[in-house]
Design a protein around this ligand. Structure first.
Ligand code: DGL
Length: 271
C-alpha cells in the first residue's frame, strides 16, 4: 500500500485524456497534473528542446513525493522517455508501447494508421514499436500539426467546419491506404474523437494513447504492490505554466468535473 500521488504531465490539455481514465480505473489514487500551457504546442520542436522541457516538467512534478509518473504526452514519450527513465529512479510510464500493443490486438488486416505530432512521427518510435511487436504489420504515419493548436483553442466540436476540414485533409490518405485501426498517437487527439470517428467511419477502430497508458500504469502499480487502499477517495491537483482560468474552463468541460479555482500557475523556468 502506498498513498503517495502519481504525477502526470503533458504540454497542455492532452494529458487529461489519461487523467479521465485514471480517475475511473484508479479512483483511490491522488494525482498531480502538470500542463505546460505556456509552451504548448510541443509537437514541432527539436529533440533538444523537448528533452529540456521534459526534464523541467518532471523536475517540477518531483517537487512532490511521487510513487510513479505517467508521461501523458506522445511527443515526450517518443523523443525523451528513455532519457527520463535513465535519469530517475521512480517508475515512469510512456504512451507508445501500451498503445501499440492494443492496436495490434485489434487490427484484422494488419494495416495500422498512426496520427501524431511532427516530432512523434519524425522520431519513428511508434513504427519501431509496432514492428518490434509484430514484424508483419504495415504502418502509415501521418503528422497532424494543426490539431493541437485547434484543440487548445477549443475548436474540437463536431460541426466546426475548420476542424472538420483539417481532419478530412489529414485522414483521407490514411483511409485510402486501407487502415482498419488508427492510433491517436498524441494525447490531445481523443478530444477530437467525435470528429475523427465521423471522418473515418465505422470500419476503423480508434486506439487512444492516453487511455492505454493509463491501463499500463494500473498494471504496473498492481505488479509492484504500490496501489493506494481501495476504500479511499483520491484527489487530483492541477498545475499549469500559464493562465489557470483558461485551462480550468476547458479541463472542467473535458473531465466533466468542475475544476474552477483548482488549477494553480507555476513558473516552469524555475525548474
Ligand atoms: N499532447 C502531446 C502529445 O501527445 C503534445 C502535443 C503538442 O504539444 O504538440 O504529443
Amino acid at each position: 500500500m502506498d498513498i503517495r500521488p502519481i504525477g502526470v504531465f503533458d504540454s497542455g490539455l492532452g494529458g487529461l485524456t489519461a487523467v479521465r481514465v485514471l480517475r475511473r480505473i484508479l479512483p483511490e489514487e491522488d494525482l498531480i497534473y502538470f500542463g505546460d500551457t505556456a509552451r504548448v504546442p510541443y509537437g514541432g520542436r527539436s529533440r533538444e528542446t523537448l528533452l529540456k522541457y521534459a526534464r523541467q516538467d518532471l523536475s517540477f512534478l518531483r517537487s512532490f513525493d511521487l510513487k510513479a509518473v505517467l508521461v501523458a504526452c506522445g511527443t515526450i514519450s517518443t523523443t525523451s522517455l528513455g532519457m527520463l527513465q535513465g535519469e530517475n529512479e521512480l517508475p515512469i510510464v510512456g504512451v507508445v508501447e501500451p498503445t501499440c500493443r492494443r492496436a495490434l490486438a485489434v487490427t484484422k488486416n494488419r494495416r495500422v494508421g498512426m496520427i501524431a505530432t511532427l516530432a512523434s512521427v519524425r522520431s519513428g518510435a511508434y513504427e519501431a514499436a509496432l514492428r518490434r511487436l509484430n514484424p508483419d504489420v504495415e504502418v502509415l504515419c501521418q503528422p497532424c500539426p494543426l490539431f493541437v493548436p485547434l484543440v487548445e483553442n477549443g475548436r474540437f466540436r463536431p460541426g466546426d467546419t475548420v476542424i472538420e476540414t483539417v481532419a478530412r485533409e489529414y485522414l483521407t490518405p490514411v483511409l485510402e491506404w486501407g487502415a482498419d485501426t488508427l492510433i491517436l498517437g498524441c494525447t490531445h487527439y481523443p478530444l477530437l474523437e467525435e470528429v475523427i470517428s465521423a471522418v473515418c467511419g465505422p470500419g476503423v477502430t480508434l486506439v487512444s494513447a492516453g487511455e492505454e497508458s493509463a491501463f499500463e500504469l494500473k498494471r504496473l502499480l498492481t505488479a509492484q504492490g504500490v496501489r493506494a487502499p481501495a476504500d479511499r477517495k483520491g484527489e487530483a491537483e492541477f498545475f499549469v505554466s500559464d493562465r489557470a482560468e483558461d485551462f480550468e474552463g476547458m479541463a472542467s468541460l473535458f473531465l466533466q468535473e468542475d475544476i474552477h479555482h483548482r488549477a494553480r500557475r507555476i513558473d516552469i523556468d524555475q525548474y
